[in-house]
Design a binder for this molecule. Structure first.
Ligand code: SDX
Length: 428
């Protein structure tokens, strides 16, 4: 028998069932609230509102726990691969050897994109932000694969769209970079693994041999695993709500890329490096910037700090911080902004303002330092986040569709003008 929550209002009492998840989280099911009481709830930013039930990712913000389909992020980051994690998130279990080979071969044989997509790419000026290029190219897939427009068409069609997304996003990401550099694009090399192929498409130059550094490819693979899903964050909720209207998966993912772009979300990794560079250019006084972040009259925020869910260390940040030391050490790179980042972190973790608000480094605080060491330019950092988050977006979209969830349409509290009559312009 499930527990009951009671609401008393205006002399009446209402009862609502309390759901309990597999990790003992509890939620009041208010599906009948408006019909029974005429009331709605109001929760800007959905800080206390669940939009769905999901079996994909579990977060415990107080304890700093992150699990994909029950597997701890620490173990997956150490022992798995991004392609294996993509399969786990999308299909629910770790693949057998034969399932993995079929899945990765499917993806490898779909990496090429229609040559006409280069004409779309050529329309972007070189100063176009790569995130805008990426979301446009992903959405253009609706034109080249019109069967995808109907998400109810068939399971095989959805599975093919999933393979095309996973296969072609690295190609698009690398082409967005080449567009920015004014360099000719590189075509996929299907003899290489996912990360080595991406690095080659990114950095190979005409008439020069390019072999991806295995240290770089491994570090990139781990970063993509760490970004692969994060339950109902802003961009994932965007993918779900766009998909809930039965728009195609390509349109839904393109919308998610645009939501991720914002500096409060995935764009934070670019903002962190820009912030650290500004602190370095201003003499490296991290204490001064810590005070600015605390000053309510100053719009400056400590980018890469704080999180809607984590009120403890973001487990991904801990792994990335260690990886930053490892990768820079192996590559023989010393980056002064890493020292500034560590100083800021140490100072913030002892500062009452940050302690009181439980503000810790999040996934974006150190990731940019690794991307930079890998030779990836700052305005490509959020593209890297999107590359990592793609399997999570796909898994969440697929779960929403398979559960036949209704179209998302929140209510509101109206605060505008009451009824009034039209007055002709000459009488106003
Ligand atoms: C991601 O949701 C996800 O799961 C996202 C993500 C994922 O994997 O998908 O984890 C990826 O988006 C990570 C977050 C990246 N963004 C940033 O690093 C930007 C900086 N952080 C903040 O803007 C903020 O912490 C948010 C947006 C992340 C969370 O904001 P909330 O939950 O809406 O909290 P809030 O803005 O109401 O802040 C609560 C208090 C406020 O102070 P008071 O009004 O109580 O006095 O904390 C303060 C805020 O001013 N605060 C900060 C701060 N973050 C919050 N003060 C200074 N610097 C900061 N970074």
């Amino acid at each position: 028998m499930s527990e009951i929550a009671k609401l008393s209002f205006d002399g009446n009492e209402y009862e609502f069932p309390v759901l309990e998840g597999t990790e003992n989280e509890k939620a009041i099911d208010i599906a009948k609230l408006r019909a029974d009481s005429g009331l709605i709830t109001l929760d800007p930013g959905y800080k206390n509102t669940g939009a769905t039930k999901s079996a994909i990712t579990f977060l415990d913000g107080e304890l700093g726990i992150l699990r994909y389909r029950g597997y701890g992020i620490e173990e997956l980051a150490e022992k798995s691969s991004f392609m294996e994690v993509a399969y786990l998130l999308i299909y629910g279990d770790l693949p057998s050897q034969s399932q993995y080979e079929y899945f990765s071969n499917q993806i490898t044989t779909h990496t090429l994109v229609h040559e006409d997509i280069k004409k779309i790419l050529d329309g972007f000026p070189s100063n176009a932000h790569p995130m805008g290029v990426l979301s446009s190219l992903i959405c253009s897939l609706t034109a080249f694969y019109p069967n995808s427009l109907d998400p109810n068409r068939s399971k095989d069609e959805v599975d093919l769209s999933i393979v095309r997304l996973l296969a072609k996003m690295p190609t698009f990401a690398a082409w967005a970079f080449k567009n920015k550099m004014g360099h000719p694009v590189n075509y996929p090399d299907n003899s290489l693994d996912y990360c080595s192929n991406f690095l080659k498409m990114m950095f190979a130059l005409p008439a020069e041999r390019y072999d991806a550094d295995p240290v770089v490819a491994k570090a990139l693979d781990q970063l993509l695993i760490l970004h692969a899903d994060h339950e109902q964050n802003c961009s994932t909720s965007t993918v779900r709500i766009v998909g809930s209207s039965q728009a195609s998966i390509y349109a839904s993912i393109s919308a998610g890329i645009n939501a991720l772009w914002g500096p409060l979300h995935g764009g934070a990794n670019q903002s962190v490096i820009e912030m650290l560079e500004a602190i370095k250019a201003d003499g490296g006084d991290s204490k001064k910037y810590l005070e600015k972040a605390k000053d309510k009259n100053d719009p400056f925020r400590l980018m890469g700090f704080g999180h809607r869910v984590y009120k403890n260390f973001d487990p991904r940040a801990k792994i990335i911080k260690k990886a930053a030391d490892d990768v820079l050490g192996k590559l023989g790179v010393s980056d002064p902004v890493l020292d500034i980042a560590k100083e800021l972190e140490q100072a913030a973790l002892k500062d009452q303002y940050f302690v009181d608000r439980k503000l810790y480094p999040n996934v974006d605080f150190y990731s940019g330092i690794i991307y930079r060491a890998l030779g990836i330019p700052t305005d490509m950092f959020t593209v890297m986040f999107a590359l990592g988050r793609l399997p999570g977006w796909i898994a969440q979209w697929k779960e929403m569709r398979e559960n036949n969830e209704p179209i998302g349409r929140p209510r509101q509290v109206y605060t505008g003008a009451n009824e009034r009559d039209y007055v002709s312009m000459n009488k106003r």
